[in-house]
Ligand binder design. Sequence first.
Ligand code: FES
Length: 622
Amino acid sequence: MAKEKIEPELVEHSGLGRVKLDFSPSNQSFKVPPGVSVFDAASWNGIAIDSTCGGHGTCKKCKVQITEGIVPISRLDIRAFSQEELKNGWRLACVARATENLAITVPAMTTRPKAATVGVGRQVILRPAVQKRYLELTEPTLHDQRPDIQRVTDGIDDLEVSVEFEVLQKLPTILRKNNFKVTAVIVDNLLIDIEPGDTTSSRFAVAYDLGTTTVVATLLDLNSGTPVAVKSMLNKQQPFGADVISRISATMLDATALQRLREAGQSTLNELTDEVIQEAGISNLNVYEVAVAGNATMIQLILGVDPEPVGVAPFITATQSWPVLNAKEFGLAIHPQARAYVFPSFGAYVGGDIVAGVLASGMDRDKRVRLFIDVGTNCEIVLSDGNTILTTAAPAGPAFEAASIKCGMRAADGAIEVVKISKEGVTLQVIGDVEPQGMCGSGLVDAVAELAKIGVLDQSGRFVSQEVLEKDFPNLSNRLITLESNEKAFLLHGDKEDPLVFLTQRDVRELQFAKASIATGWRLLMEQLNLNDEDIQQVLLAGSFGSYLSPASAIQIGLVPKIPVMRIVSAGNVAGEGAKMVLLSQPERNGASALLNEVEYVELSDRADFNDKFVLQLGFPI
Ligand code: FES
């Protein structure tokens, strides 16, 4: 049984090693960072513990019994349990901090929380920060002269709320106009509004994946935990440059650019928000919270915070963790007191989108050796060996977005997205099934991988000679052309006289540089954890580009470790999934913050061995 020992409620994290929690009767064991509450640890792993306050220490429903290990008795425990119960190890899970290995018995639930499925096969228990309580209050009398606000807060007995000034302004009128029948709207224990009558069925939030190129908004019904509408569009900041560095440069060259970038970003979010609200047919005033997952530069730009220090060495962000903001800071036309949760970032170039992605993929609560790669102009890499999690950023340049490629284009109608090449010929798959106009990133990777596989590109990335081609690949021999610039190229569409879409030797080089930068990143992380290729049990390819990439081609060019293709998973928009999770579940939000203590950021730019390793990664694996 747990030994009795009265201590302060909060216990600091006690180091980097994880502690093991054995839950019964489910017979599940998990390793978690020390200092995490038993309630959060259970929630992250899909074990439901009774609660109506979402882990805020007010409902006293989260009773668990610690049968092995020590959990100090908190002040709340003293109020919730008898001396006998305390002696027998009973504790409130939301204040019980796991600082050593514990065995925990979770009683059967009396109130059953709903669960929602999000992320890469993850389930979260539905406990949003946005709460609504319908109140039928007794009217004041000379014998009951409690102030209006006390009448309301007394009616919300399972939450300890503080009050927005705007609520007090309207409170006397709204109570009396509605015969004291109102709905209290609370976000994370802050009373943000009192609405007439019963509005508990309308409770919404919007999750944003604020990408440099594309922005995605998902409207969530917080009562059911389901997405109601999803929309995406190109970020309106595009005219200032395609990547974060060019947008930062724009602010350095023109004093008005930061404000214009802010407005463009806000306009993007607002347009998407309008679209999802319209599609769902709800009122914008019923959206009470938003979550924003974006890289550090995108967040600073949209909040009007000077991004210059992010762009130049030593690469410093304004903050790692943002306070909870009013959604007005994002220019959003939703409920005027709506809150905005902004994901923290691991570093200047591993931002909140990656924190959200790691949260969604559950890498921090998985014993498998997993590698997460978000492929883009700036590539973010996360590696976990089941105990230690490392992350880094690798500057890949624009090759994967096909921006620096001779016949490159965005993934739009007319872009070659899949290429198959054999000794017999070339097969193309084109977006929109129209005449090919160029190739997008996945088409580029396929073309290079296929040519390397059959040997038209040698291991160093050079096209073989015309003589070798004619001898070994007669059906392809008229596809190797020499451009006016004297550069060699492989023809994908058109003919020698009129080459329409082709892959040049320089394009191959561009891709080699980009993939070598990424491969050097994960190789260095793997070395730090003493891992070999075959140790990697899963590679998650994240982000809009990663999701379209052919796993076989990624292995062929050495973008990912040489492992069976089945171990490579397209993770899709994991940043957006993480943003949904923190809106649906407060314990998951705590999990996102805990990641900052769990994940170690590795800076590559000052590594003396980087260049040597980079050169080794330039060729294609044999
Ligand atoms: S008191 Fe409500 S969850 Fe612990």
